[in-house]
Design a protein around this ligand. Structure first.
Ligand SMILES: [Zn+2]
Ligand SMILES: [Zn+2]
Length: 375
């Protein structure tokens, strides 16, 4: 039996690098050799036991790789050796939900999210991709792994917050929390044509990055009454669209209070427990406000569009990749990311730390100058 190196979830607060069976593709499936992957906040929830997955599962849902092996039926569509990504969400394209246009809910609530949730994920040397025909997206020539590694989840999710909020040209938008997803939501608000983009975060360092990603005003809730300031800047109304990118009661409530009557709260956060909408914040439920939720859009056409934005220079996601580690050093990487140390936004993980791109990480870190955002 062929084996591979992978990071296995063993139980609460316990992951381990182990030798496990290398996957073999059945008809319609593909196996990728992972060249770069990354850690998501959701992975932290999983490892801390806050989102249940089965022990023994390989986690991680953000794959960049090379096609290693193709199952039957894919020969005329892809070739071995081709560089591809797959979305964190891998819809089948055939079921009730997919054919109703809600691909992320493929086959049932959150069902499109398979990698590192219901099937083995990307923190490994090899990854089995289901429904490959719907999910393998070739990487445009000339793009490095680090330029596209945020497309499977972070860029797709953040941008979807702006899309689901239906931001119009000239809108005022407030984005609550400026972690990697909030920063991509801020970028999305700019791409959608918002005139006023307000970034909110308790880290001044992240607020500085928010300015580079499109925020023209930033507020730190430790220093100001954010809701009052947003209302002051919008003639007392509140923002046309607010985006919640943290998943806490407090930020949800503040986003709701900062949403004008008739406006939209676009929620990206992953919540736990009960979410409460206070009477006055929701205007007794009578103010024509919309609350929309979105799970990261996936599928190869979504990935093609996101990589097209990178390829043409409209978007540069590299400033978000602040650190890099060999997959063997997952404990160290997880510790840094999980505790949000050292200004970390996203870490690149390399199953093969000896390959050329991995060596370029120092250069990647240096590629974070503001002029690299040609928006
Ligand atoms: Zn994620
Ligand atoms: Zn489906």
């Amino acid at each position: 039996m062929d084996t591979m190196k992978a990071v296995v979830f063993k139980g609460k607060d316990h992951i381990a690098v182990e030798e496990v069976a290398k996957p073999t593709p059945k008809a319609g499936e593909a196996v990728l050799r992972i060249t770069t992957t990354t850690i998501c906040g959701t992975d932290v929830h999983i490892v801390r036991g806050e989102y249940p997955v089965r022990p023994g599962l390989i986690i991680g849902h953000e794959p960049v790789g090379v096609i290693e092996e193709l199952g039957a039926g894919l020969e005329n569509l892809y070739h071995v050796g081709q560089r591809v990504i797959a979305g964190a969400i891998t819809p089948c394209g055939q079921c009730f939900y997919c054919l109703n246009g809600v691909h992320s809910q493929c086959q049932g609530a959150l069902g499109g999210w398979r990698f590192g949730n219901t099937i083995n994920g990307a923190w490994a040397e090899y990854l089995l991709v289901p429904d490959a025909r719907a999910n393998l997206a070739p990487i445009p020539d000339g793009l490095q792994d680090e330029e596209v590694v945020l497309c499977p989840d972070i860029f797709s999710t953040g941008l979807s917050g702006a899309e689901s909020g239906n931001i119009r040209v000239g809108d005022s938008v407030a984005v609550f929390a400026q972690g990697p997803i909030g920063l991509c939501a801020t970028l999305g608000a700019k791409l959608r044509g918002a005139s006023l983009i307000i970034g909110v975060d308790s880290s001044d360092q992240r607020l500085a990055t928010a300015r580079r990603f499109g925020a023209n005003v930033v507020f730190n809730p430790n220093n100001v009454d954010v809701v009052a300031e947003i209302k002051r800047m919008t003639d007392g109304r509140g923002a046309d669209v607010t985006i919640e990118a943290l998943g806490r009661q407090e930020t949800f409530e503040n986003a709701l209070r900062a949403t004008r009557p008739g406006g939209t709260l676009s929620s990206l956060g992953v919540y736990s427990g009960k979410l409460v909408a206070p009477y006055e914040a929701i205007y007794a439920g009578l103010a024509d406000q919309k609350i929309v939720t979105t799970l990261c859009p996936g599928g190869k056409e979504r990935m093609r569009r996101l990589m097209a934005m990178v390829s043409t220079g409209r978007v540069d996601l590299r400033p978000l990749v602040t650190h890099a580690f060999a997959l063997d050093d997952i404990q160290e990487a997880f510790e840094l990311f999980g505790h949000q140390r050292d200004g970390v936004l996203k870490v690149a993980l390399y199953p093969d730390a000896s390959r050329p791109n991995a060596i370029n990480v120092a250069a990647t870190r240096g590629a974070t100058e503001p002029e690299r955002m040609p928006l």
